[in-house]
Design a protein around this ligand. Structure first.
Ligand code: ADP
Ligand code: MG
Length: 600
């Protein structure tokens, strides 16, 4: 579909973007300059420590996407460091093949890391949190044991020499610059991913999985790409680690090291690049300052972690987030601009979204029972009924979260396939949630941009290197999101962290996110809950305008004033069955409804 979005408020959005890019880039620039100038300040052992910090960061940068962004508890990532280190060393040493040149060996280490990153990562699609964490630790143990046992290749307990890179990278500082360069590339590429639709989708999977699915984000494909990338850089880090150690044995790859990587991300803060980078530097350098305490390092990490988690749960990133400490204007009204809506939508569709005899029960509870419903483009359909009457369940069936046991859901006459959560977004069926589902640590604008994820055209690889299609995607998504935010009346809060918003504002943000899909049908679950009377009026006008722009709107609501004001058609549910259906006027005078629901 063509994007009907005119260059909405380009200058403003771009200005916002480049300003925040500049201020976000500054700390990295400072670190890089310090890194480049380091040989001027110190030498000898500090060079080794700085190189080690760079090597660790190459691994942690990739792991950060898995842990910090996607929220997967991958503790045993040292397994990939081990694999990379042995691959590079064994290939250069020529234990099995003719000796490889070091650079080629590093590339092979990256490939091996990528494959095994995927292998270790895949269980994350099925296993939750701790179970996944345990599989990664198990994998790390296996890799070390194999390295120990496979003597003919790895040298077993005796070990194998690490690769030596040719000049100019053979000297100590030469090798340092090589690692610094790779660390800088890793920083740049992961920062690119973080600020791409892929990075936002990862955080959505972490914090609001149902919203991610409703936005059409395919978790398996996305996680697979991230595991491949993370594995590849971990493999490279392994090769560098072996070169730095100059000789590796299996006991160089302890679980302590793995814990260090993981904790560097935790104390750095989620959804951040600079935080985990500083965390990595801190954890690499700290034991050197407290050399006598090395034996205590695990204990120190644990204490540090506890202090950070308890005192500043957002980690280093939160300490650095000065912007979010500025107070917000407390008297802020939400003034939607329905006149902007036509600029967001494509041409209206014909047809309708229908439910035919749909039934679904949970154990003994018949949540919905033989329900017929028709949502037409251009109209607002109200779904009302007491608590537990099956309204949310109906919405979940239409949006594919639940599979009905009987009956059919049809879109323009075609039956919708069951079990296709994230396919509904491609059919332009958008929704909001009874409890707003948001990514708390992201800005309002980023949260809204999540809604447009499936309309991006660039690939993961294009985003890694910020190629033109990635930049175009971002510009279009940003402009569309600004337009959607203006339409719901929240554009002034675009750059604010979303967890600072009021509940009523979150409801409007969810609508803006849903609008990003340029929906043909929009399903809203109690959008007026928690809104003031004035806000409910504005919401009503907005929903009506959305419908009149050619969208089929289904509103689940309790507030009779909203329902009777804006609906073209109302269905009343009771205990999963249709109690009544008709125009507002008919429902208002329906005897049973008046008795059962409207309270006399
Ligand atoms: P409403 O949104 O109208 O308040 P729901 O659709 O959420 O009602 O729930 C309808 C009925 O189905 C309730 O009795 C509820 O307890 C039950 N129900 C809904 N979802 C589930 C579920 N995932 N598991 C078990 N029971 C459920
Ligand atoms: Mg409900």
């Amino acid at each position: 579909m063509e994007t009907p979005v005119a260059q909405s408020q380009p200058s403003r959005a771009i200005a916002l973007g480049s300003l925040s890019a500049l201020s976000a880039g500054l700390p990295f620039l400072v670190l890089f300059v310090v890194g480049v100038a380091l040989p001027l300040f110190g030498g000898g052992y500090w060079g080794v420590i700085a190189t080690r910090a760079c090597v660790y960061w190459v691994l942690v940068s990739g792991l950060n996407l898995v842990v910090g962004f996607a929220g997967q508890i991958a503790i045993g990532w040292v397994a990939l460091l081990t694999l990379g280190a042995y691959t590079a060393s064994v290939l250069v040493a020529g234990n099995v093949t003719p000796p490889f040149p070091p650079y080629l060996a590093l590339v092979v280490a990256a490939a091996v890391g990528a494959v095994f990153g995927l292998v270790i990562g895949l269980p994350a699609l099925r296993l939750r949190t701790f179970y996944f964490a345990i599989t990664t630790v198990g994998f790390a143990t296996i890799v070390t044991q194999v390295a120990l046992a496979w003597q003919s290749v790895t040298g077993g307990g005796v070990g194998v020499a690490g690769p030596i890179f040719p000049p100019p990278f053979s000297s100590e500082w030469g090798f340092y610059y090589f690692c610094l360069g790779l660390a800088a590339i890793c920083t740049w590429t992961t920062a690119n991913i973080a600020s791409s639709r892929f990075g936002r989708a990862l955080t959505a999977i972490r914090d609001a999985e149902v919203a991610a699915e409703a936005s059409g984000i395919a978790k398996p494909a996305l996680l697979a790409m991230v595991f491949l990338f993370s594995g590849a850089v971990a493999g490279v880090a392994g090769g560098l680690f072996a070169a730095l150690q100059s000789y590796i044995t299996p006991d160089a790859f302890t679980l302590d090291l793995s814990v260090l990587f993981f904790i560097a991300i935790l104390i750095g803060g989620r959804s951040s690049i600079i935080g985990p980078l500083l965390g990595t530097i801190l954890l690499t350098v700290l034991p050197e300052f407290a050399a006598p305490l090395v034996a205590w390092s695990t204990f120190l990490y644990a204490v540090l972690l506890l202090v950070i988690v308890l005192a500043i749960p957002g980690g280093i990133a939160e300490i650095l987030d000065f912007k979010s400490r500025r107070p917000l204007d407390s008297h802020r009204a939400i003034i939607p601009r329905p006149d902007l809506l036509p600029r967001l939508f494509g041409s209206p569709t014909d047809g309708s979204l229908t439910l035919e005899q749909v039934a679904l029960s949970f154990g003994g509870v018949q949540a919905i029972d033989g329900l017929d419903l028709e949502i037409r483009p251009g109209q607002v359909h109200g779904l009302i009924g007491p608590n537990g009457s099956g309204k949310t369940t109906t919405l979940n069936v239409i949006s594919g979260f639940y599979v009905q046991q009987r009956g059919i859901v049809r879109l323009n006459g075609t039956a919708l396939p069951a079990r296709a959560h994230n396919k509904r977004a491609h059919m332009r069926i958008a929704r909001t949630f009874q409890t707003p589902r948001i990514v708390g640590s992201a800005s309002v604008l980023q949260n809204v941009m999540i809604g447009g994820t499936i309309d991006g055209k660039g690939t993961f690889a294009e985003s890694l290197f910020s190629l033109p299609r990635h930049r175009r995607d971002e510009a279009v998504l940003r402009d569309t999101a600004m337009l959607a935010l203006s339409a719901v009346g929240l554009e002034r809060l675009a750059s604010v962290r979303i967890d600072r918003l009021q509940h009523s504002e979150l409801r409007f943000v969810e609508i803006a996110r849903a609008l990003m899909l340029r929906p043909a049908y929009l399903l809203l679950d109690e959008p007026a809950a928690g809104l003031s009377a004035e806000e409910i009026k504005r919401l009503g006008a907005l929903l009506l305008a959305i419908a009149r722009a050619g969208i089929g709107v289904l509103v689940v609501e309790h507030h009779p004033d909203l329902i009777f004001d804006i609906c073209d058609h109302i269905t009343v549910l009771n205990l999963g069955r249709k109690l009544a259906a008709g125009t507002p006027a008919e429902i208002r005078t329906h005897r049973e409804v008046v008795y059962a629901y409207l309270g006399g």
